[in-house]
Ligand binder design. Structure first.
Ligand code: MG
Length: 387
């Protein structure tokens, strides 16, 4: 039975000038290349990202749950695929450049270290001890500009300016005074809507996925979630009545699917409302708007924040996941210290960069690129050498 109204896509489209065009300055590359006979610049970037080694490694990196739990929970790669498919839907519905949005979604987590956010915190803490910081957006830019090695004539993937700007700016702004090295990325202006959307689509994807995996892992309780998360209960209660004879997990799935759809609908409608309200008709207008125009409505933002706080309290900071977080912190801190103390233990391609960038940064780059398992293997090898 079909119970959903068809979306009237045309009525949701933004003025055509709001989209990033498939030609012009944002399709420029650091090393000029001839146009492809049948693929557009952002389509080529999407292919380069998917073929990158750092992209393949996302399969072995934790999103929230390590493989200790289950092989069918999200990895950082499958999370990335979920973000990409939602981003494409939102961008296409609004009439934006869906190839650019999809490329940005596919690359948005490429700079994440092993072991999820616990790994990122541990690496940042280790670098702070040396007066440096770890930032996954800046690291992602280093990956696509320097570390990926596929072409004879240059380092990196030679991605378009539009994709590189989105890598840096999709989730936060950087001050031009603190980051003069990023001056080609229009730091004093908003990013295009295709980039602004990615952060919010990422929120939709991980919020819903983490409820799903959290229940499967039996860390989240259905009754507590119904009582503590209005955004979930709003869809769960009617599904419970409608599918009263169905298995609990199937009713849960029906509710979660509707919750995801409602967040996507709200993001599309509110972004369109804000573009209309500011009168933006061109990319320049989007860039010079007083604030980012991609957003959830205030009511939905409240509900989303409540759901997120709930996940922090009951899942991300739960005692069940604490063991993985402690292990991640211990492994990363130990490897970082061992390699900074004796950089000769690093592979030669990395030791060659120490004179220019210093051992702490080079060691952090090396660790950030690893999968969970590869990091463990190094840790086990280092501890067995010591004993
Ligand atoms: Mg993400």
């Amino acid at each position: 039975m079909i119970d959903e109204k068809p979306v009237r896509e045309a009525s949701l489209r933004l003025p055509a000038g709001c989209a990033v065009p498939d030609c012009g300055p944002l399709t420029g590359r650091a090393h000029p290349e001839s146009p492809h006979p049948y693929r557009l610049p952002f389509e080529r970037d999407r292919a380069r990202i998917i073929h990158a080694r750092a992209f393949r490694r996302l399969a072995g990196k934790t999103q929230v749950f390590t493989h200790r739990y289950s092989d069918h929970f999200r990895s950082r790669l499958t999370h990335t695929m979920e973000v990409a498919q939602i981003a494409r839907t939102v961008a296409r519905t609004l009439g934006l450049n869906d190839d650019l949005a999809e490329s940005l979604a596919l690359v948005h987590d490429i700079g994440h270290p092993p072991f999820g956010h616990a790994g990122e915190r541990a690496l940042d803490e280790a670098l702070r001890g040396c007066g440096l910081r770890f930032d996954h957006n800046l690291h992602a830019l280093r990956i696509v500009e320097h570390f990926e090695s596929r072409y004879a004539e240059f380092r990196g993937l030679n991605l378009t300016l539009g994709v590189r700007e989105g890598i840096i700016k999709h989730s936060r702004d950087y001050s031009a005074a603190q980051h003069p090295e990023l001056n080609e990325y229009f730091l004093d202006q908003r990013p295009p809507l295709e980039a602004q959307l990615i952060d919010l689509v990422d929120e939709i994807a991980y919020l819903t996925a983490d409820f799903d995996d959290g229940f499967e892992a039996k860390i989240l309780s259905l009754e507590e979630t119904r009582a503590g998360v209005r955004l979930f209960e709003e869809f769960y209660a009617p599904m419970r009545s409608r599918f009263s004879g169905s298995a609990e997990k199937l009713v849960f799935n029906e509710a979660l699917k509707r919750m995801l759809n409602a967040l996507v609908d709200d993001l599309i409608a509110e972004t369109r409302r804000r573009v209309e309200w500011t009168g933006a008709r061109t990319l320049e207008d989007i860039r010079n708007a007083p604030e980012r125009l991609a957003a959830f409505s205030p009511q939905t933002e409240d509900l989303r924040m409540e759901a997120k706080r709930y996940l922090y309290a009951h899942l991300y900071n739960s005692p069940e996941l604490a063991r993985d977080h402690e292990e991640a912190a211990q492994v990363i801190a130990a490897l970082f210290q061992a390699w900074v103390a004796d950089p000769a233990l690093l592979p030669p391609a990395h030791t060659a960069r120490i004179a220019e960038e210093g051992a702490p940064r080079v060691v952090a780059d090396y660790i950030a690129g690893m999968t969970d398992q590869y990091t463990f293997n190094h840790y086990e090898a280092s501890t067995s050498t010591r004993t």
